[in-house]
Ligand binder design. Structure first.
Ligand code: AMP
Length: 508
């Protein structure tokens, strides 16, 4: 049987006339349009010599044409490699060298010329614009191509995409995602989140990342649902569109912004049936504020580039703030000891490991690294720490690399951050370990403060002491104007650690 993920989407569609996408530029596309456009792009790629297994690297702003290109790659059986458009020249060169694509697609003049400079004469990589008003580009070649295209035959284990990890420590790695990874995850999410063809999803996420590309698009497509495709998160647009949507997927930063907007009320959101959050921790405090304001309980889920989605809070049942819920159908998780590598009891923090059809095939060109990150019985070691609570919900305690060892004791940042975030004057917090002569690492909190409210380090520490053992109390609480964050709203602790690395150099 053909396991090409595109074929699964088509098999599931009950009606090709269903609406698929409405863009912020007021263009509308049905599923029939999607089939024709992706077919035309697939023919255009084929004309350019792209075959099954060829890599097609894409670096563009959020554009609808990029969606047709993604689907065309699936149909051809080519490997879609997408990278963040804000990567610099040298970063882009690294990704080009690493993935060695047959085609590089961009919408940026400068990047196009830079890439031509990188490529030596005998390079097999061609560069092309995605769209441009004048001159050749992929969109024009597609518009002159036939729209009929027979999707290639794929095995479930064939690679459909390579997504690069954000690489905040060390080099970025290309995660090879198979057709089966995409299909199993899309089916599971559509099922547990009750997606139907009636649904309209508000799409405000970037599409070079697993959240906006796979979680949002794939789940919608296997359900035959539709999308309001917005270039970016713009409050006036959100307020206009929300009364007519049924689902929104966002990162915690989006929800924080929405709770600051008075017009974003229970009345405005009354037709919405689901708000999903992921990619970064959603504080219990924000969860509660959003519920008070809108009467909607955000559903938090957990996943990563390498594994697609792993757990989700239930659609029906308790969505427990501060937790990421239960494993998806067919996905297994376990928590193991950092020292013994044996499975630990509930409520004990350890490494989160995952196995299932959602887990990637390995890191592109890095077989040794891939081997190191899997256990002998084929569980992927996520690099996250966490515990399973008495109700069976997975709770995350931070990345393993963010674990603080202070005076020989393990300190898990998430436990402290959750308490600091619940304080009314605090907008956000990040707890990090900084070099310290006595403790090895000194527990340190960075906070941003709500406008108009007062920052008092002594008071924050006092309140922490009521709940936490003394070795977990931050030595210092640093006030910041804003948190360094990446495009997915994740706080960049590496940046914070670097910024404040000399904070205790005199052990003040
Ligand atoms: P990425 O590969 O960019 O999607 O990043 C994956 C990482 O984001 C995970 O390994 C987690 O550390 C973090 N993450 C994703 N979802 C959540 C969540 N709901 N709560 C806390 N951290 C999350």
């Amino acid at each position: 049987m053909n396991k090409n993920f595109f074929s699964l989407i088509i098999e599931n569609l009950s009606n090709f006339n269903l609406p698929f996408i409405k863009t912020s530029g007021r263009r509308s596309y049905s599923y029939q349009d999607m089939i024709q456009l992706s077919g035309a792009y697939a023919n255009a790629l084929t004309k350019m010599g792209i075959r099954k297994g060829s890599r097609v690297m894409v670096q563009t702003e959020k554009k609808i044409e990029c969606v047709w290109l993604y689907l065309a790659c699936l149909r051809v059986g080519a490997i879609f490699v997408t990278i963040n458009p804000s990567y610099t020249r040298s970063e882009t060169k690294f990704f080009l060298d690493d993935s060695d694509p047959a085609l590089f697609v961009t919408d940026n003049n400068l990047r196009y010329r830079e890439v031509l400079d990188f490529l030596d004469q005998d390079s097999h990589t061609k560069a092309i614009y995605l769209i441009r008003p004048k001159g050749p580009c992929l969109e024009k070649t597609a518009s002159m191509s036939a729209s009929n295209f027979r999707s290639s035959h794929c095995l479930g284990t064939d690679v459909a995409a390579i997504l690069y990890t954000s690489g905040t420590t060390g080099r970025s790695k290309g995660a090879m995602i198979t057709h089966e990874n995409l299909a199993s995850n899309a089916r599971a999410l559509a099922e547990i989140w009750n997606f139907t063809s009636e649904d309209i999803l508000l799409h405000i996420l970037p599409i070079y990342h697993t959240h906006g590309l796979f979680v949002a698009f794939n789940t919608v497509m296997v359900a035959g649902a539709s999308i309001f495709f917005e270039d970016r998160f713009e409050m006036s647009r959100i307020l206009k569109l929300v009364p007519n949507i049924s689902v929104m997927m966002g990162v915690p930063t989006h929800y924080a912004r929405l709770t600051r907007e008075k017009k974003f009320s229970a009345d405005l959101t009354r037709k919405v049936r689901l708000f999903v959050s992921g990619s970064a921790p959603l504080s219990s405090d924000l969860h509660r504020k959003f519920e008070e304001q809108t009467r909607h309980t955000i559903l938090e889920r957990y996943g990563m580039t390498e594994t697609n989605m792993i757990t989700s809070n239930p659609y029906h049942g308790q969505r427990k703030p501060g937790t990421v819920g239960f494993p998806l159908p067919d996905v297994k998780i376990r928590v193991t000891s950092l020292e013994t590598k044996k499975v630990v009891e509930n409520e004990t923090v350890g490494r989160v490991e995952v196995r299932g059809p959602n887990v990637f095939k390995g890191y592109w060109n890095l077989p040794e690294k891939t081997k190191m990150d899997f256990t002998a019985d084929n569980y992927f070691i996520t690099g996250d720490l966490g515990f399973i609570d008495s109700d069976g919900h997975l709770n995350l305690s931070g990345r393993n690399k963010d674990l603080i060892i202070s005076g020989g004791l393990n300190v898990y940042p998430a436990e402290i951050e959750q308490i600091i975030d619940s304080l009314p004057e605090v907008s956000e917090s990040a707890v990090i370990g900084l070099p310290h002569q006595d403790y090895g690492e000194g527990v340190t909190a960075a906070v941003t403060i709500e406008p108009g409210l007062e920052f008092n380090e002594y008071q924050i520490k006092k309140r922490l002491r009521e709940k936490l053992a003394s070795f977990k109390i931050p030595i210092k609480i640093l006030r910041l104007d804003s948190m360094p964050k990446n495009a997915m709203g994740k706080i960049e602790k590496v940046v914070l650690r670097d910024l404040f690395k000399n904070e205790y150099s005199t052990n003040s």
